[in-house]
Design a protein around this ligand. Structure first.
Ligand code: CA
Length: 517
């Protein structure tokens, strides 16, 4: 009798589950991804400098969830994209750095798995993985880094040249694809902007957008790196020493045509003339560069925000908003003058953390905010679970679906492993790895002849100005962090020694077109 009851209960449960699953339509996924977008340049993050307003990106926070501790495992363009596609760390997906990395497109990727599950898939815009995209029904990408004006692009292997401002072009191509898609299938669209990547060239219509308003300087603009080691002293990413005439718009950006150049000159030339006349030096020069940098960088963000607005509007108009997960994120964070820097790469907060906002109607509570440690390696598992698909065991990230529905699992990660490999390389940030928790960071810079450890208490020292490694007060915490770092390296199977040391250095060009058959 008991057995029969159990059988009936199971049968009921089974039919209920089947019915529920059948009734749940696979959600569309709109993945809007930008390049080098600092969270401090999204107004929803509430940065104290109040640098800009991003009403459309903020809408995702109002209607969905904003993540305050979203981290990347390797803060640099290509590797971060490889993490998104595979759900795996650099050492597991094989793309360690931009200098030597070539993405192996034959490996398992999230778009391929979604495609096999019935999704129509597309990627438009920045790709930056050297080999051609795989797993997409449609791809239309910028070669290498791409340029801001009149960009050459590669559409399904064919070189095409487009006129206009790149962020607008990527938005329009994304919407065109949505219009032409097979409406019987769910979609994954990865709309990936070049902006706000260096050299930060805004749309001409936004030149002077700030009306001459001065941007608030970061407290650490004139950091001298005391309290930290050789790597921080020897980097090459300061406004003072590294910022070029192209960065400063003392000369025009590549690709710009004569007509565009007239508008460009009308804004920049009188200001550049004034700069040449006053010829600021030392701290005054850094201050001038910071103001110019913020005008340009935040100007490019205005177009990214506009793009988000247009895409959301399209979803609204087509009645797609209810069944579409919208994700906004970037391949990493960025320095907006903090520590005197631009660029990224470090395990430190500004570059480690990336913006992440997700809207999922009916699942994610509008206006919710999350401080769990999440990562871009979690996207693959998240999308697969949302699509009702199994998550392959070799994927290292975890699904964010429980978090998005307001139920963080009790065994959710409390620590995060980070590893940066691109040295020697642009901006001379030395290789390092480390562990991050809600309060602490333990970092190992391990370049031969440089070997040293640092530890930061971000509760007491949120700007990470002073390493407390070796201080008696922190001895117990330091010991725990070393143990946790060792545990993570074992769990994630991080190769030791670092294979980036032994791989042959080869010069490669970021021109996917050359590889097109
Ligand atoms: Ca980037």
């Amino acid at each position: 009798m008991k057995l029969i009851r159990l059988y009936c209960a199971c049968a009921l449960l089974f039919s209920f589950t089947t019915l529920t699953h059948a009734a749940t339509k696979q959600p569309n996924i709109l993945f809007i991804f930008s390049d080098d977008h600092a969270y401090s340049a999204i107004s929803a993050y509430g940065d104290s400098r109040k640098l800009n307003a991003t009403p459309n990106i903020d809408r995702l926070a109002t209607e969905g969830m904003i993540f305050h501790r979203a981290m990347v495992p390797n803060s640099i363009c290509g590797p971060s994209r490889a993490c998104v596609l595979t759900g795996k760390y650099s050492h597991a997906n094989g793309f360690y750095d931009n200098n030597r990395g070539v993405f192996d497109g034959s490996q398992q990727t999230m778009p391929k798995l979604l495609h096999a599950a019935g999704y129509q898939t597309a990627v438009v815009g920045k790709w930056h993985l050297v080999t051609n995209p795989t797993g997409f029904d449609y791809w239309d990408i910028l070669p290498g880094q791409g340029i801001y004006y009149n960009p050459p692009m590669i559409r399904m292997g064919e070189k095409v040249k487009r006129d206009g401002y790149t962020t607008d072009i990527i938005t329009d191509l994304s919407i065109d694809w949505l219009k032409k898609r097979d409406k019987t299938k769910p979609f994954l669209l990865m709309a990936q902007h070049k902006a706000p990547h260096r050299e930060w060239s805004p749309n001409l219509k936004y030149l002077g957008w700030n009306g001459g308003r001065k941007f608030v300087e970061p407290e650490t603009l004139f950091d001298n790196y005391a309290g930290r080691g050789k790597a921080e002293h020897e980097q090459d990413m300061t406004l003072e020493k590294t910022f070029t005439p192209l960065d400063a718009k003392l000369r025009p950006p590549p690709g710009i045509n004569d007509e565009q150049l007239k508008a460009w000159n009308a804004y920049y030339e009188p200001r550049n003339e004034e700069f040449r006349k006053t010829n600021p030096q030392g701290k005054d020069l850094v201050r001038w560069r910071y103001q110019r940098y913020m005008h340009d960088y935040l100007g490019t963000v205005m177009s990214v925000d506009e793009s988000v607005g247009k895409l959301l509007k399209y979803l609204d108009e087509e009645g797609l908003a209810e069944n579409t997960i919208v994700v906004y994120s970037a391949d990493q964070g960025f320095y907006l003058g903090e520590h005197g820097w631009f660029d990224k790469r470090w395990i430190f907060e500004e570059s480690l953390r990336t913006p992440l906002l997700v809207r999922w109607p009916g699942k994610t509570k509008p206006g919710s905010s999350n401080k769990d440690i999440v990562s871009n390696i979690d996207f693959a598992s998240t999308f697969l679970e949302a699509a009702g698909q199994p998550i392959p065991g070799d994927i290292q990230g975890r699904s964010l679906v429980p978090i998005l529905t307001g139920k963080t699992p009790t065994d959710w990660r409390k620590s995060f492993y980070y590893h940066y490999y691109e040295f020697p390389g642009a901006h001379s940030v030395q290789r390092h790895y480390g562990v991050v928790t809600d309060r602490y960071k333990l970092v190992h810079f391990y370049e031969p002849g440089v070997d040293y450890w640092e530890m930061f208490d971000i509760q007491k020292d949120p700007q990470e100005m002073r390493s407390v490694y070796g201080q008696p007060d922190y001895a117990a915490t330091q010991k725990d962090l070393h143990a946790e770092l060792k545990r993570l390296r074992n769990e994630l199977k991080v190769p030791d020694p670092d294979p980036a040391v032994t791989r042959p250095q080869k010069k490669k060009e970021h021109t996917e077109a050359k590889r097109v058959e």
